[in-house]
Design a protein around this ligand. Structure first.
Ligand code: GLC
Length: 603
């Protein structure tokens, strides 16, 4: 009976899956993060909008990406530039209207692009109607947020926060509310009160919001700030981190054992996945769920799921953002990449993030050359690739004065420290061309909300399209390779070092006729001539590598044949080669021989 039941269940699951179109789109594609405020302004207010993104949809098609992820476009007082949502079901007028969103979803669909939205479950805005009702203890909202009584009063009679918890953006994580006469928790700015996930009504509200946007046409979500979802309910003081880099009001001053990575939080994520999967089955459209969590590798892997519970399709892999440094050696690079791949649970899908709206741009972090090398690695390592807008043209951070600083994380750090914390430099307008404000706005527009990088006259998309060799052309070749080559889509990964400065990896599949891919990366500041023969053991003796693409200083031309015994890798550069994997053809030929012998024998 149980076997029959299991069979029926498997059959139903199979049939349901069979009805879902385009099941694997999220695995082989490149996701492109649009930071809407800075992408394209069509209303001349100096802030990007949905119509601007719609206008630029063909750019996504042109550069070969398949998934467009929008940072929040929901109604918001913009205290954290959209990550403080005052209505989770509406579009902020700065970005446009719901009709603009629907047009955008339609435009994406027409071009075969998937649309992924940012979902900000940890907090709402303090201007959300739930928060207002919570202040007044209107049911069912009384416990939608975390409220605690003051610990007492200080000498001047002011209420003392319940404990020493700090906000990620600096200062106490508690804000006193005069009406309710209690403190509320905010792990980010005071305008972002923390939602209470111990309250099942909150979970249900958020589930409904996910359903709402999938019904509106979203193909999935990026889940924001997930490690912060739950806190220890006895609210103990957090211990000091003893990290001398941080002052007593900076987040890094404490060790966040009671406010991040709580074991119960994974179940909330698995619950979101159930909601996404139910809608997926109902709508017959494959969805994706990506989790943002800066945490240990061990914790990161828990987001994939546990036992028979599914979690995210993938939690972001931030290894290139947090662990790869300018001084990382070839051996360390190999170790970082291997460690991530080896930590993946069985059947889990990998991914590579090179940058985002919170971290220094890759071209500034590593320099333009190695920044491009990182883009090459991110595109050709196994799994989904994630690009932050501007990476396709190697955009750099923009220096922003204290006067022009608007990011709350920068503002709260004060003039002395803002440059260490501000995220404004990575968020400046996209550089489309060399016209006023880099083509980000329309003529006679107000000043963009953040200054355009002064380098825009040389560094812009239009210019790079005209050049024979530019980051734009390199990027396009990479996404094309990802689309064309089985080795990039699902090939095995082998990593190697050659000497002190060369890191190399190959991707290959066991299919006759399929080319294998070799990527050779030089971490040194000088050109290296390397014998990479050992990295391609299956290359038939005497055969050569076919050069495909590489960083700007590459000495080779496309399709040039190169002997593996002597490859010139530019300083801080990367080269990509294709080759015929003889082991595959030998294995395939032997298998063919075996099958025909077998058939001949039994005929
Ligand atoms: C995430 C976002 C960041 C935001 C924070 C609070 O880390 O990427 O931009 O400030 O969450 O929502």
């Amino acid at each position: 009976m149980r076997v029959a039941g299991a069979f029926v269940f498997a059959l139903v699951a199979h049939l349901a899956a069979a009805q879902i179109a385009d099941v694997d789109w999220w695995k082989t594609t490149t996701f492109y993060q649009v930071y809407p405020r800075s992408f394209k302004d069509t209303t001349a207010d100096g802030i990007g909008d949905l119509k601007g993104i719609l206008q630029k949809l063909d750019h996504f098609v042109d550069i070969g990406i398949g998934g467009v992820w929008l940072s929040p476009v929901f109604k918001s007082p913009m205290k954290d530039f959209g990550y403080d949502v005052s209505d989770f079901r509406d579009i902020d007028p700065i970005f446009g209207t719901m009709a603009d969103f629907e047009n955008l979803a339609k435009g994406c669909k027409e071009r075969g692009l998937k649309l992924v939205l940012d979902f900000v479950p940890n907090h709402s805005s303090d201007e959300h109607v739930w928060f207002n009702k919570s202040i007044y203890k209107e049911e069912p909202y009384t416990d939608y947020y975390t409220w605690l009584d003051p610990k007492g009063l200080n000498e001047s009679g002011s209420p003392i926060p319940p404990n020493n918890w700090l906000s990620v953006f600096g200062g106490s994580a508690w804000e006193y509310n005069e009406v309710r006469e209690q403190f509320y928790l905010h792990q980010f700015v005071a305008g972002q009160p923390d939602l209470n996930y111990r309250n099942p009504a909150v979970v249900e509200e958020m589930n409904d919001i996910l359903r709402f946007w999938m019904d509106k046409g979203a193909d999935g979500f990026r889940l924001d700030a997930i490690p912060h979802l739950l806190e220890d309910q006895s609210f103990p003081d957090e211990p000091l981190s003893n990290d001398p880099e941080f002052t007593s009001d900076q987040w890094g001053y404490l060790s966040h054992i009671y406010t991040t990575d709580l074991p119960e939080l994974y179940d909330v994520i698995y619950g979101f996945r159930d909601v996404v999967d139910q809608k997926q089955a109902e709508l017959g459209r494959q969805m994706v769920m990506m989790v943002e969590a800066y945490t240990s590798l061990e914790n990161t892997m828990k987001y994939y799921g546990s036992g028979d519970r599914k979690g995210a399709h993938f939690p972001f892999n931030f290894e290139f953002v947090t662990n790869v440094k300018n001084e990382t050696t070839a051996a360390e690079l190999k170790q970082i990449i291997d460690r991530w791949q080896n930590s993946l649970p069985d059947g889990a899908w990998s991914n590579w993030v090179i940058g985002n709206h919170d971290r220094t741009r890759v071209a500034s972090r590593f320099g333009r050359d190695f920044g491009l090398a990182a883009v090459i690695m991110g595109q050709l390592l196994p799994g989904s690739a994630i690009t932050y807008n501007g990476e396709e043209i190697n955009m750099e951070d923009t220096w922003i004065s204290w006067k022009d600083t608007v990011d709350p994380q920068g503002c709260q750090a004060g003039p002395e420290y803002y440059q260490k914390f501000s995220r404004d430099p990575v968020r400046t307008p996209f550089q489309w061309d060399n016209s006023t404000y880099a083509g980000f706005t329309i003529p006679d527009s107000s000043k963009p909300w953040l200054p355009v990088n002064e380098n825009y006259k040389e560094l812009n998309l239009a210019e790079q399209k005209e050049m024979a060799n530019s980051p734009y052309h390199i990027y396009k070749k990479l996404t094309a390779l990802r689309k064309e080559r089985a080795a990039v889509q699902r090939g095995s990964l082998t990593t190697k070092t050659v000497g002190d400065n060369i890191f190399a990896f190959t991707r290959q599949v066991d299919t006759e006729g399929e080319k294998a891919v070799l990527v050779v990366v030089n971490v040194d500041d000088a050109e290296v001539t390397a014998d990479v023969t050992s990295t391609v053991p299956s290359l038939r003796a005497g055969e050569q590598l076919t050069y495909h693409v590489g960083t700007l200083e590459s000495p080779y031309d496309a399709d040039e044949m190169i002997a593996p015994s002597s490859v010139k890798v530019p300083a801080r550069g990367a080269l990509v080669f294709l080759y015929t994997n003889s082991a595959t053809s030998i294995a395939a030929t032997s298998l063919l021989l075996l099958v025909s012998t077998f058939l001949a024998l039994f005929n």
